[in-house]
Design a protein around this ligand. Structure first.
Ligand code: AHG
Ligand code: MN
Ligand code: MN
Length: 312
């Protein structure tokens, strides 16, 4: 890996994808998504922070920013000509597009994860999962690419096509240039991010938290899935979980466009992602609305969670 500041680190996203022999239509698709992020940034910085007056298929109130970000993404994906179908956190069903010149791809995305944090000026992100062909209900292990864009103090994009995990930062010209290549996550340590209401944790999860505290893990939780996962990847250690809760056995996070893409990235960085008993990437999605408990990050910390959950 070159030194930051060397020519390698002037590499832009398109060049990096091409140098990695990524298929031409997939290069174009990922670059289109990177372009879409520039319009989402603008809507976050200046857009309406109010509610849209509608709700998503989880019955959650949609913010104007959710709907606007979704429209920005859908338009780009439709016009790309290489996308056969899409589904997002803000759509009630799978939407089909014209894809003339194959290979075609299907995209599941969360256009603005953590949108309720924008009005308190915390970091939010866009999460994207890409499959080959027109079937969006494939297992996460069959994804051909996953990426997220993090709108924080810096705007960064992290992607993997299964050949390492790489970070790009947006420069003053709004171009994404390489900042970290082949990111890896250690097998344990550092921080833990406990999602969900603590008083609804089951006994196994409660014991797991105590064990993390006893081993010196520090609590770091922003309430935004993208910055919380990004922190584990960039610090190279730690664990995030949004577990099964009393009265909410499937937890909150959504398989297709939150858990599968993040699990793909974390596994390709050497980490692990589990629903408490099996890898997230090996779970057959039952439908577009599927949610699952998740323990994701350093492999030993995730394995420890599985121990406590299996013993409960
Ligand atoms: P979204 O804003 O797309 O609905 O997702 C929010 C998610 C995720 O970002 C975060 O990890 C989780 O909600 C936090 O949930 P709680 O507010 O229940 O902690
Ligand atoms: Mn989300
Ligand atoms: Mn969202």
């Amino acid at each position: 890996m070159g030194e930051p500041g060397s020519t390698k680190f002037q590499t832009d996203l398109r060049r990096h994808l091409r140098d990695s022999d990524v298929e031409r239509n997939l290069v174009m698709l990922i670059c289109e998504l990177a372009e879409a992020s520039k319009y989402i940034i603008n809507s976050i910085r200046t857009g309406d922070l109010g509610v849209a007056g509608t709700s998503n298929l989880y019955g959650e109130d949609q913010l104007a920013l959710d709907v606007l970000s979704d429209r920005i993404m859908q338009k780009r994906l439709k016009n790309s000509g290489v996308v056969a179908s899409v589904v997002s956190e803000e759509t009630d069903e799978i939407i089909c597009f014209e894809c003339e010149d194959g290979p075609c791809y299907s995209v599941a995305y969360d256009p603005l994860d953590g949108s309720s944090l924008v009005d308190v000026n915390l970091a939010v992100g866009t999460i994207i999962s890409i499959h080959r062909g027109n079937n969006l209900l494939q297992k996460g292990r069959d994804q051909v690419a996953a990426l997220y864009i993090l709108y924080g103090p810096r705007t960064t994009l992290v992607y993997s096509v299964g050949d390492g995990v790489h970070e790009f930062a947006m420069n003053h010209l709004m171009e994404y240039t390489l900042t970290r290549e082949n990111i890896t996550i250690d097998n344990s340590g550092g921080i833990y991010s406990p999602g969900g209401q603590r008083n609804l944790y089951t006994s196994g999860t409660e014991k797991y938290v105590l064990s993390l505290e006893e081993s010196g893990h520090k609590l770091r939780y922003s309430g935004g899935f993208v910055p919380d996962i990004n922190q584990l990847l960039m610090k190279g250690k730690g664990v995030f979980f949004y577990p099964h809760l009393q009265g909410r056995p499937q937890g909150k996070l959504r398989m297709l466009y939150e858990l599968n893409p993040m699990a793909f990235l974390v596994e390709h960085a050497g980490g692990a992602a589990s629903n408490g008993c099996k890898p997230i990437l090996d779970i057959e999605p039952s439908g577009i609305e599927m949610c699952s408990p998740v323990f994701i990050g350093s492999s030993k910390d995730v394995a420890a969670a599985e121990e406590f959950i299996s013993a409960e």
